[in-house]
Design a protein around this ligand. Structure first.
Ligand SMILES: *Cc1c(COP(=O)(O)O)cnc(C)c1O
Length: 380
């Protein structure tokens, strides 16, 4: 008999979620409107504690799309984006008819390289296309080089759209991720650190922008007794049922972060004396990572018998343990291969040798034993 599947990152309910869903049923607010949404937004605003405004939406993809609209991105504009990320960071650039320009990573945080970023901006300006926005990502919950990237953005007066989909609870110099962008977004997809089954949020700096995001997300209805529209609208609101799950999840967010970080510690000690395996970690005390996923880099020149990433991946899959190569960089994707890329081969090399390992907050000692014994049998 096959052992039960160990997932990379699966939903982890805290126990109070159903109470909020019952409240929605009892009051018949089975709609993209209601107390759960308002309260979930307040919970997030309080958690970020930075005087910002949160609007719950149907997904982070929707939030990035609305974020680009709020930043004025239109057809023909150029938008800069970190290449090593999930496609949802970049796809909304195309929704707007804009042109993405992709940037390599640096080796410390695996995120946007500030040097390649500045090279790209200078070249875009030389070509007469001042970039309209920069999409930054905190990959796997590790903050990007926030001060360095902000300095470049400010030097050229370009706003930042902070994709914090993977980084709820991470922080930089004591300030929460999701508060560093001119606009920021979160995801509550089923695989994220907390989930609303599907959902996202946009974080804006003032109430007017929040109102605008709500307007766009609910079909851009002008004030009139009939349905009147002066602008293109979207159906991007979060359901009051899903927001109920979110309220329950907010109560266990800090616990989830502790447990995800414990998974990271588990892998750090597992691989401590294993040559050729590096666990992606932040050592700089300014960076606090939620370690949404723990990932490793495999160097086959140093591992036992030259074992490579693929060998480890296939063995784990064969043992019914889910794992996944790192995000394939956008500039290597068939969809995006004809767009410009600035940098070298850092993202590409990380992709070739990187593997994300089971990281959920709901993994058990038994799961860890199984993962550990499979990996040590191969590599130890
Ligand atoms: C998950 C994720 C998204 C998309 O989130 P959805 O809520 O599923 O739309 C965007 N960017 C990154 C970096 C992600 O990991």
């Amino acid at each position: 008999m096959k052992s039960p599947k160990i997932w990379l990152s699966s939903p982890h309910m805290g126990g109070t979620e159903l109470n909020y869903i019952h409240e929605a049923f009892d009051s018949n607010w089975i709609a993209p409107l209601g107390a759960n949404i308002t309260e979930f937004e307040h919970d997030l605003e309080k958690y970020l504690s930075h005087g910002l405004f949160v609007t719950a939406l149907s997904s982070a993809t929707a939030a990035i799309h609305l974020g680009l609209i709020l930043l004025g991105v239109k057809t023909g504009d150029v938008v800069i984006c970190q290449s090593l990320t999930f496609s949802a960071s970049a796809n909304p650039i195309l929704y707007q008819g804009a042109t993405p320009v992709f940037i390599d990573s640096e080796l410390e945080t695996w995120n946007l390289c500030p040097i390649a970023l500045e090279n790209a901006i200078v070249d875009c300006i030389y070509k007469g296309q001042i970039p309209k926005a920069i999409i930054t990502v905190h990959l796997y919950g590790v903050p990007y080089q926030i001060d360095e990237v902000r300095a470049v953005a400010n030097k050229y007066n370009i706003p930042i759209l902070e994709d914090s989909a993977e980084a709820l609870g991470s922080s930089y110099k004591g300030q929460k991720c999701g508060t560093f962008g001119d606009v920021s977004v979160f995801s509550f997809n089923g695989n994220k650190i907390i989930t609303t089954s599907g959902g996202g949020a946009i974080v804006t700096s003032n109430h007017q922008l929040k109102k605008k995001a709500q307007f766009l997300a609910s079909q851009s209805k002008d004030e009139a007794p009939h349905y009147q529209h002066s602008e293109i609208g979207f159906n991007y609101q979060m359901s009051n049922i899903c927001a109920g799950i979110g309220r329950g999840q907010m109560r266990v967010l800090d616990e989830h972060i502790t447990l995800r970080r414990a998974m990271h510690d588990f892998y750090v000690s597992l691989f401590e004396n294993i040559p050729g395996i590096t666990v992606y970690s932040t050592t700089n005390p300014d960076y606090f990572a939620n370690y949404w996923l723990t990932s490793i880099i495999v160097n086959p020149n140093e591992t036992k018998n030259g074992i490579d990433r693929e060998t480890i991946r296939l063995l784990l899959l064969d043992s019914n343990i889910e794992c996944r190569p790192l995000w394939k960089p956008m500039h290597l994707q068939p969809l995006y291969k004809n767009y410009r890329f600035y940098g070298n081969k850092i993202a590409e090399t990380l992709f070739e040798n990187g593997l994300s390992l089971p990281s959920g907050s709901n993994l058990t000692d038994l799961d860890r034993d199984r993962i550990g014994s499979v990996l040590l049998k191969l590599l130890g």
